[in-house]
Write a protein that binds this ligand. Structure first.
Ligand code: ZN
Length: 437
């Protein structure tokens, strides 16, 4: 047993090192090289692989252990692209994949080539053992998650639904071990806020800047509107995920958003910080453009507002709220995009699999459901197939605060012990959901 475990540890470490050494910075991505590396690795263990590509350089890999057609389909989801790394900010080569003091260094170690490698090793090792799942076990490493320009998960769900249709899905998003009120919990993301940025266009009349009286300065008119957005205190709402989280951690189900904060502060500042953005939508003005010339009074001022909605809130509801905040005026609102904002049930067999694994590796610890502020590719699968999708990749060596600082940043790295923990979880989830019984 000990020999097998240490072998998987080495296997996942080496595979991650190989993946990091392939530069899949998106844009442009070039994920095909990563998909081919994974295919070569998986085929050695007898796992069927297929590459699906909208354009040749940006392939998605789908690997499968076919089931006997009696059980549900479980899919391990991940993406092979990474965000830009500025080597001058790093104390290691971001594409070196160096193993240093028990950690693998490089762009994507946390987001999310570490999980890519763990998912590949989990399915490969199960295949070598002759695992015969009741339903298909699928591993899907997609292109283009970081930009989302239509080469990855969205395209697969649309163009090749039979390749990726699944009942349960495990993806990135959470998995950190946190101590709250003296007890240990592993956060498991069951829903996501909706990213719904919009443009506020303030209208005026242009004129020469030396004669302000003849013009109507859109930039000046924008100022009180920006202030109103910044000062807005949104109405709070209690969503089921927050209710379940508080009940798991405190043993008491809150009945109002105010009680959530009170209970959370009683447990720890970390919990209060975690739940605060999950009680309402957010409106954050982040970008502004007006005149392109110093001596021309602008007729138009565009303000870009980042906005995250609670799952279930619609764009129409958002617009209504924003119009109330701004009042009457010379402006137009345009939704720029809307992604995410989906949820999965908490009480499911997949939750049971997460719980059983947590209990087995960390007695006394429990999973705690969470809605995350960002969004992942999970929503494509929830929308296309009604999949129960959770973001869960366990991490207990690297503290949650450190991980948050390293993702998309310099000196990204992952402890080998956490990689091994991830492999253990994924194998266990497949065995418990797709067991032969
Ligand atoms: Zn990611």
């Amino acid at each position: 047993m000990a020999v097998e475990v240490s072998t998987l540890r080495q296997e996942v470490t080496e595979l991650l090192q190989g993946l990091i050494r392939i530069d899949t910075t998106n844009p442009p991505g070039n994920e095909t090289a990563a998909a081919e590396l994974l295919r070569d690795y998986l085929e050695e263990s007898g796992v069927e692989c297929e590459l699906y590509a909208k354009i040749p350089e940006r392939a998605n890999l789908v690997a499968r252990i076919p089931g006997r057609g009696e059980g549900p389909k479980l899919l391990f989801l991940s993406h092979t692209d990474v965000v830009l790394a500025d080597a001058s900010e790093w104390s290691a080569d971001p594409f070196g994949g160096e193993l240093r003091d028990g950690e693998v260094w490089g762009r994507g170690a946390l987001d999310m080539k570490g999980q890519v490698a763990a998912e590949a090793v989990a399915i490969a090792s199960l295949a070598r053992e002759g695992f015969e799942p009741s339903g298909d076990l699928i591993f899907c490493a997609t292109a283009d998650e970081e930009v989302g320009a239509g080469f990855g998960a969205s395209w697969l769900c649309e163009e090749h639904p039979e390749a990726v249709r699944c009942d349960y899905l495990i993806n990135e998003g959470s998995g950190d071990r946190v101590e709250l009120g003296g007890n240990a919990f592993y956060l498991c993301s069951v829903s996501e806020k909706k990213s719904a940025p919009f443009r506020l266009r303030v209208l005026g009349r242009s004129g020469h800047a030396s004669m302000p009286g003849i013009a109507d300065n859109a930039l000046v008119k924008a100022a009180p509107l920006i202030q109103a957005l910044g000062a807005y205190k949104p109405e709070r709402e209690l969503i089921p995920e927050v209710e379940a989280l508080l009940e798991t951690v405190t043993g008491q189900a809150p009945t109002s958003p105010e009680q959530v904060l009170e209970l959370a502060r009683g447990v720890s500042p970390l919990l209060a910080e975690m739940v605060d953005p999950l009680l309402s939508l957010t409106l954050s003005p982040t970008m502004a453009t007006a005149s392109q010339k110093r001596n021309v009074i602008p007729a138009v001022c565009d303000i870009t507002v980042d906005s995250r909605l609670l799952p279930g809130t619609t764009i129409d509801e958002q617009e209504g709220i924003v119009r109330d905040v701004l009042g009457e005026g010379d402006y137009e609102l345009t939704s720029l995009e809307a992604h995410g904002g989906t949820r999965s049930e908490i009480k499911t067999p997949l939750w049971g699999a997460v719980s059983a694994w947590v209990e087995s590796v960390d007695p006394g610890a429990r999973p705690a459901p969470i809605c995350v502020a960002g969004f992942t590719d999970s929503h494509w699968f929830r929308e296309a197939f009604g999949t129960v999708a959770y973001g869960f990749f366990p991490s207990r060596v690297l503290p949650i605060e450190t991980a948050a600082r390293l993702i998309h940043s310099a000196d990204e790295r992952v402890p080998v012990e956490d990689l091994e923990l991830g492999v253990s979880f994924l194998r266990s989830a497949a065995q418990s959901l797709l067991s032969n019984s």
